[in-house]
Structure formats: C-alpha cells, structure tokens
Design a protein around this ligand. Sequence first.
Ligand code: FAD
Length: 464
Amino acid sequence: PGQCRQSMQIENSICDYDAVEKVNDEMRVQLRAIVQQKFFRYYKLNLYESCPFWSENHLCMNPDCGVALVDEQNIPQEWTSAALGALTSPKNGEHFQPFKSCNLKDQDFCEVDDEASSEGVYVDLIANPERFTGYAGPSAAKVWGAIYNENCFNVAQRMQMDSDCEQCSLDRESEAEELKEELQTSALTGFSMAQNPASIPLVPSEPAHAHDRQHNHHSKTKTTTSEDMSKAFDPVSPLAAGAAQDDEICLEKRVFYRMISGLHASISIHICDEYLNQSTGVWGPNLDCFVSRVGAHPDRLENIYFDYAILVRAVTKLSGYLQDYEFCTGNSEEDAGVKVMVDRLIETATRSPAIFDEKAMFVGPEAQALKMEFRDHFRNITKIVSCVGCEKCRLWGKVQTSGLGTALKVLFSYNDEHLNPIKNPNLLQRTEIVALFNTFNRVSESVESIARFRTLYMSTLGSS
Ligand code: FAD
C-alpha cells in the first residue's frame, strides 16, 4: 500500500487495498439492504432473444441454469408496459417521468432493454442468485472468446464473428499474455509464484509496479527517448491518448481489457464462492476453484478492484441525480426509505479510496472517434451475452454488462450539469439504475469474498 502518484491514477485506481476493503465492509451492509428493495430487485429484460452471432440452442440441461420469472401482476402497477406505454413526454421536465421508452441513444454503452416494451420478462434478482450452475465447455468458451475479441481496437472494418478477426484475436491473446507475464514476473508481492507455490498472491499487485509495467512494455515495443516515453504513457498527460494510439496498446484499450477481465474474474469468484460439490450435493466456498481461476492471477485480482473503482466513481458521480430521482414503486413510504438508503451508500462511497479519474480518458485529437469505438465494442459485448447458453448465467451476464455499460455512460457521456433528473428526466431508465446498483453489489461482494478466501487460504497453510 502506498500513495498513488497523480499520473498513475487511471490505470492504478487503487492505492491502498486495505483501506478499500475497510470501506467496502461498510458498503456491503448498505448495498445488501438496497438490492433487497422492490425497486432494485425486479429487473425486466429480454432473456430469450436469440444469439445474433451464431447458432446457440440455449439448452443448458442443468436445473441450476433455470430462472424463475415473476408474473407482471406482482410487480408495481407503475412499471407495467401498459402503464409505461401510456405515458407521454413531459414538457420541460414539468412532471417527472423516469421510464420513458427509449431506443439505443448515442450516449448508451449498452443495449438497454426497454421497460415499456411488451417484450421481456420480469425476474426477481434475489430469488435467482448468481452462482455455480455447471455451465462450461465449448459454449461458455466461445462466448468468453467473442467477448475478449471485442478488445480489438483500431480495426477499420467491424469484425465478423469467427472469421475475419483471426489476427486481431492473436494480437489480443499475445497482449494479454504479455500483460500477465509482466505482472507475474514483476516483484508484485515480494515473491515469485513459480518458485514458491505456497505463496499464491491473493492480493492485487502494487500500483508502482504497474507503472513500471507500462514502461517495460513500451521499451519492448519501440525505441524512444525517456521524454517520449513519459508523454506517451502518462495517462493524465493531454498527449496520452493521441500518442498512445500509435502504440500497440493505448490506454483506452487497456482499460477496456481490464474491465472485461475484472467482470470475468468477479463472475468466477461467485461461482467459486457458491459452488456445488457434485458428489456431496453441498453448496459452499471452493478454495481450489478460487485459487486456480482468480487467486493465482494478480492481474485478475487487480482487475476486479479496477471495476470496483469504476463503479464507485459512477455511483458517486450520480449523487445529485439520485437525490432528485423518484424511486417509484407505488408505496411512498418505501420509496422515501430507498432514497435515504441510497444517500447513505453514496456518502460511504465518497470515502472509498478507490479512485477512477474518467477525465484522463478520451483526450487528444482522436478522442471522439476512440470513444465511439470504445462504446460500439462495449455495446457488442452486451449483445454477445445473448449467446450464453445457460439462462441464469445469461441473466447475470446481461445485468452486469448493462451495469458496467451504465457506469460508462455516466462517466463518459455526461458532465455533472447534465446529470439532473428534473432538467433531463430521461437520462437513465429504471433498468439502468437497477443494473448499475446490482453490478456494484456483485463486484463489491467479490471484493469481500477475496478477503474471505485469503483468510481461508492462510488457515489451510497453517494447518498443513
Ligand atoms: P473460463 O472462466 O471459461 O475462462 C476461459 C479462459 O479465459 C481461461 O482458460 C483463461 O485463459 C481466461 N481467463 C479466465 N479468467 C480470466 C480473467 N479474469 N481475465 C482474463 N482471462 C481470463 N458459470 C456458472 O457456473 N455460473 C454463472 O453464473 C456463469 N455465468 C457466466 C456468464 C457469462 C457471460 C459466461 C460467458 C459464462 C458464465 N459461466 C457461468 C461459465 C463460467 O464463466 C466458465 O466459463 C466455466 O465455469 C468454465 O470455466 P473455465 O475454468 O473453463 O474457464
């Protein structure tokens, strides 16, 4: 733990992991209570749309893949498609109308399922927890492969799944491998994993080394002066984005990769935390699963904290918006209670040392084009998730890619002055707010689980 240098903040959003975990302990209690509320637990989505990229039969035979639906009669009348469809646009914010039907807007980083549409189903997220389902094999591998392929930036033509993007895919794999190698061989935690298998990191890498990593990478890819180097890789330098684009891995592309990898690692943690021992039929944490999928990979651990920092920042940036937002469930007492809970959470989040400085991204001459490209790639990920063959995994895949997409929209599409629900009532649909908070809850849960698994791991070392 140490202080972040200003120039490292975008890539190394966290300076002091202990302090982040401490504030997260407080936030856990608050987030757990928030996602239990009616406003946040019912989510409408198009769960059964077909995979737009390849033929996927959506037939996971495991009963744990199934999702229990909620009858529209049991959800607040205000949200029903009939009620929402009847609403008309407000005049100059004259009356607040949070659920207006909306198509994909320029600002959106994800495909938003429209709550006013008659298509789609309601799901109770609390009744369908994300956990081990047994979904694996070629179908899952294909979806993850396609998601990571979206990290191929600067490709003039849109890639076509499975065919045109072989080079891109190779680039992506070698970049990811290089990144992992650099992280694992640097003095991340003061020891080498290979030499001492007992010393599995279980903590993310130190920011200072990630900074070295940038320089190391650069020195490998082209010869340049130290002044060029610091300009090209100093993320807050106004030259950063433009200069870095000439290089193989620009800042935005690295951010994109880390977001996906963080989401993947967070999903893996939930699988390992609520794992079904198929021989005993008992559910519980599986340490081997955690260590092999996440704990032994400092980069993956670090990327979870990276997503966490993005979500903390998005929620705190929304503070003013949410203060005037109507959490409408038809029960005014309950709605007032939700507002108080959300206010308290934001107050706690503002004390978190997890810092993501969005202003350092998308600067420089190519900023707008790069932002559009970033947005289009992220949107594509939200479509790829329709190809997940297990219903419950698809549900949480959709919730969390929408949640991260909403965070990106909040961070990159609006300035503080636009984030006002009275002046701009239709910036966010209810589904986007629900997805954002549930994703924040899931990633915050992962941060909590890392600490728990670390303790479990230490206790197995002690007893062996
Ligand atoms: P996978 O997790 O499939 O990973 C494939 C490869 O990607 C690995 O071999 C590794 O090289 C690389 N990799 C792994 N993690 C990372 C990372 N964090 N960063 C970078 N690279 C990485 N299963 C469930 O049981 N419950 C669920 O709720 C669930 N949700 C899912 C949601 C989605 C969107 C998808 C695509 C799959 C989901 N799955 C779920 C399946 C699960 O994620 C795994 O695919 C499955 O358990 C098989 O795991 P695996 O060990 O083969 O590796």
